[in-house]
Every structure is written in C-alpha cells, then in structure tokens.
Write a protein that binds this ligand. Structure first.
Ligand code: NAD
Ligand code: LMR
Length: 342
C-alpha cells in the first residue's frame, strides 16, 4: 500500500510537469560552448522543451559533468556530451538547431568589440564544422561581438558553398527581453503583454528599441524615451559592471536564447505564427545585416517585418541614421577577417 501511495504521488508530481514529459516533436539541438556561463542554464532550459528529443552538448572542457547532471531530469530529450575538436563533428550530425555561445565574455571597461580577436577564430572554427556536418540547421550565434561574428559565419558558410541567409541568426532576443521588462516596469503595464521591437545590431548605440512601436500602445515622454533607450543599450554593461570581473549576462541570456530556440522549433514544426527579432541578412535599410522582427517558418526567415521601420519618430529616425556607420564598420570587420585569412 505504501509503495502504491508513493507511485501515486510520483504520478501526480510528474503530472505537474506533464508539459515537459510528453514529447511533442523530435528535434535535435546542439549547443557549442555548453559548459559555459550561458551554455549550462541554456542547456537546462532546452532540456525542458517537449519539442526536443536529442540535446547534444559540446565544449572544449568540463562538459561531461554538465551532461551527466542534466541527463537525470525526467524530460524526453536524450543528453549526450562531446568534448574537444575530435568530437565536434559527431555533436553536429543531424542537428536541426545549433546554438553557439562559445567564446570569452567582457570584463568591466571592455567593449564587445574587444572580444573580436579571440571570438572571431572560435566562431570561424565552429561554423566550419556546422557547414561540414549539418549545413541545413538553423544557426544561432550568441558569441560577441554579434555585429561581426554573424558576418564571419556567413562568409565561412559561403566559402563552404552552403550559405542559406534564411537560417543564420545573430541572437538579439535579450535586447527584446530587456526592453519588455524595463518598459513594463516604467509604465506599470502587465509584463506578459509588452512587446517592444529592437532593431539594428547588438552593441551600444546599434541597439535601437523602437518604443513608438510598443504593443500594446503606450505613450512615453521624451525624457522616458531617452532614459529607456539608454538603459536598454547599456543593459549588458550594467550586468558586466555588477558582476565586477566575473563575466557578463548568463542567466537572462540563457532565458532569451531558450526562447529563441523554442520559437525556431515551433517554426520548424509548422507553427505559422512565429515572430522574433534577430540580426539577419537584410535589405532594411541599406546594410547587409540588420536586426529586425522576422517571421520564422520551416525554412528559416520567411519575411522581414519592414513595417516596424515605417513611421518612426524623429528620435528613432535620428538614432537609426546614427547607428549605421558603426554597424557597417563592424559588419565589414567580420567579412574582412575571413578574407584576410592565409
Ligand atoms: P563563459 O566563458 O562562461 O563560457 C564560454 C564557454 O565557451 C566556455 O565553457 C568555454 O570552454 C567555451 N569555449 C571556448 N572556446 C570554445 C571552442 N572553441 N569550442 C567550444 N567551446 C568553447 O562565457 P559566457 O558568459 O557563456 O559568454 C559566452 C559568449 O556569449 C561571450 O562571447 C559573450 O560576450 C556572449 N554573450 C552574448 C549575448 C547576446 O546577447 N548575444 C549575451 C551574453 C553573452
Ligand atoms: C549582453 O548584452 O549582455 C551581452 O552582449 C554581453 C555583454 O558583453 O554585454
């Protein structure tokens, strides 16, 4: 009788997590840099997804323990670990979505561009392996500086003859997550309803929240627009300074990246109503890459949502013009990094 009552209790507890226990689809997700500050909580959140059947964790070190730990969660996906260059290819075979948070984070006083020299090579090497092993996968680039690492990834994929611009994304979801949080706090609106598109890029003034396009419609004073815009642009630095040398945003980033993974999987699974902001190849405005809202579908980006860029306020229009030279330079730096290779 005691055993039966324990069994019933376990059943009930499991029912509370039924969402996670019932597989709804069988996609394979690979995280490159899975033992890091972002990689670990991101892997945990992806492990919760009912859309994932295989979760592959790759890092250059310390990933065995992370995978052993995660594999005990009673959610559908099978977790496998892969360590070091010799296991990279196997971590990627058959992947539908590859998330790349590998690389070094900022310390106080640094810009994201100060990470270029180390992270450019890491992203190059990892994307080469993606091109060789799962060229059809959606690729989510988190490693900074995103404004340059995404163009680097595009050039690598082009050189390998497998570039599909619809499937390469710089992850800017955290900018949207922050904008939604800060706007809800400031205007005392229900957080769950708030949606602020954030366009441009992912560094300093290239991060441009379009507060005038906030849904539901909210009105802001000029002072509020200025304060919110600057806070959203500096939010990464806010965390870097608070961590005081121990790195940059990891938990909020993992949350944001997991949302982008889930949206991608829903799109792959045929949901026709999936929209996210991301830094993608673009012709809005006159830059080769630009973050905007995009409609996601089975083949990746189905449409760029250009209407967000129409009818901007004077403040937004000026900020858009002001960000273009910096964003253009960061994109060109990424592209020329690949073309300067011996
Ligand atoms: P971290 O140092 O905690 O973790 C990085 C991980 O990458 C480590 O486990 C390391 O072993 C691994 N790694 C290094 N070289 C590798 C390689 N060649 N192959 C596989 N793995 C490798 O850093 P973190 O806090 O997780 O940040 C990672 C990156 O994400 C940084 O570049 C950071 O700037 C960036 N970031 C981006 C955003 C965004 O919004 N896009 C937000 C936060 C952080
Ligand atoms: C962020 O926005 O938090 C990340 O890009 C990390 C950083 O360096 O600020």
């Amino acid at each position: 009788a005691l055993r039966q009552s324990f069994a019933l209790k376990a059943q009930k507890q499991n029912q509370n997590f039924q969402y996670q226990l019932q597989p709804q689809a069988s996609y394979k997700v690979t995280v490159l840099g899975a033992a890091g500050g972002i990689g670990q909580p991101l892997a945990l959140l992806v492990k919760m997804s009912p859309l994932v059947s295989a979760l592959h964790l790759y890092d250059i070190a310390n990933v065995k323990g992370v995978a052993a730990d995660l594999s005990h969660c009673n959610t559908p996906s099978q977790v496998l670990d892969f360590t070091g260059a010799s296991e990279l290819a196997n971590s990627l075979k058959g992947a539908n979505v590859v998330v790349i948070p590998a690389g070094v984070p900022r310390k106080p006083g640094m810009t994201r561009d100060d990470l270029f020299n180390i992270n450019a090579n890491i992203v190059k090497t990892l994307v080469e392996a993606v091109a060789d092993n799962c060229p059809d996968a959606f690729i989510h680039i988190i490693s900074n500086p995103v404004n340059s690492t995404v163009p680097i990834a595009a050039e690598v994929l082009k050189q390998k003859g497998v570039y599909d611009p619809k499937k390469l994304f710089g992850v800017t979801t955290l900018d949207v997550v922050r904008a939604n949080t800060f706007v809800a706090q400031k205007k005392n609106v229900k957080l769950i309803d708030v949606d602020v598109p954030v366009v441009g890029g992912h560094a300093g003034i290239t991060i441009l929240p379009l507060l005038s396009k906030t849904k539901p419609s909210v009105s802001f004073t000029d002072e509020e627009v200025e304060q919110l815009t600057v806070r959203i642009q500096n939010a990464g630095t806010e965390v870097v300074e608070a961590k005081a040398g121990a790195g940059s945003a990891t938990l909020s980033m993992a949350y944001a990246a997991a949302r982008f993974v889930e949206s991608s999987l829903r799109a792959l699974d045929g949901d026709g109503d999936v929209y996210e902001c991301a830094f993608v190849q673009s012709d809005l405005p006159d830059l080769p890459f630009f973050a905007s809202r995009v409609k996601l579908g089975k083949q990746g980006v189905e449409a760029l949502i250009s209407s967000d860029l129409q009818g901007l306020t004077e403040y937004e229009q000026k900020a858009l013009e002001a960000l273009k030279p910096e964003l253009k330079a960061s994109i060109e730096k990424g592209i020329s990094f690949i073309h300067k290779q011996p």
